[in-house]
Design a protein around this ligand. Structure first.
Ligand code: MG
Length: 270
């Protein structure tokens, strides 16, 4: 694996531009840039744990800055995480179709390569920014901070962050979101929650997607939910099909409630 994700350092492209780690721009929301990213030569075994702590510690600082920025503007940020192919982007375009005209929305797309998903989102009329992580297998707080500066989401925006398809590393990286939403499609194994417990423990909501395919599969929904609750007793579960629209109303209602909560929590000026 990526040694707690020293992977892909220095290869990030934000909306097609190479993101250098050594620029010195002042950042709008106290998003201080750190020059010492702790990457370089392969570390010796004894240094691994310290480097891991450093990387996660710095990430937490960036995430906290993002969270302040979002809270000040009453922005609900949802971090969508899953394996590749769970249907995140289709879920997003369906969600946008449901909420368009009701609320402002914006999307940050994370993939190793291509801007395909951001282009799919932009076709809905919602602004989207693509982050390409190169060899990196997750988004981090630093990347999302820069994306926020570029997107400049306004008050009350719903910000969807589609993470890189990976059930491991994105669990460890806080982006400043209100919730991680883990999407599991019924074409995958029902035991994913116990195989990748960190992700399911970190998520506030599990979406079981592609339920229209259940008649053709062996997937045991009850067992999957039981596995998810074994690693996270408080996790909420929604079952839906982005393809047919079944169950989308509950998901959209969950988002509306989250947005109300974000707006109500906004600090009052003066
Ligand atoms: Mg996608």
């Amino acid at each position: 694996m990526c040694t707690t994700c020293g992977c892909g350092e220095g290869e990030t492209h934000i909306d097609g531009e190479l993101h250098e780690h050594h620029h010195a721009q002042a950042l709008a929301h106290h998003h201080h840039h750190r020059e010492d990213h702790g990457h370089g030569a392969a570390p010796g075994h004894s240094r691994m744990v310290r480097i891991e702590q450093d990387i996660l510690g710095r990430n937490n600082e960036y995430a906290a800055a993002n969270r302040r920025y979002l809270a000040e503007r009453g922005i609900l940020a949802l971090n969508l995480v899953s394996s590749p192919g769970s249907g995140k982007t289709a879920l997003l375009t369906g969600t946008i179709d449901n909420l368009k005209g009701e609320f402002p929305m914006a999307v940050i797309e994370g993939d190793q390569q291509t801007a395909n998903d951001a282009e799919r989102i932009r076709r809905t009329g919602v602004p989207a920014l693509q982050i390409n992580t190169g060899k990196g297998c997750h988004l981090d707080g630093h990347m999302v901070g820069h994306a926020l500066e570029k997107l400049q989401p306004g008050e009350g925006t719903i910000l969807f962050i589609e993470n890189v398809g990976n059930l491991v590393c994105p669990a460890a990286f806080d982006l400043g979101e209100a919730h991680k939403v883990v999407i599991l499609s019924v074409t995958e194994g029902e035991d994913k929650p116990v195989k990748y417990p960190d992700m399911f423990a970190a998520a506030g909501l599990m979406i079981l997607n592609k339920i229209d395919l259940l008649p053709y599969l062996e997937f045991d929904v009850d067992r999957c939910v039981e596995y998810a609750r074994r690693v996270n007793p408080g996790i909420r579960v929604l079952k839906l099909s982005a393809a047919t629209g079944e169950g989308m109303a509950d998901w959209v209602q969950w988002i509306r409630a989250g947005r109300e909560h974000a707006l109500a929590g906004r600090p009052v000026a003066g």
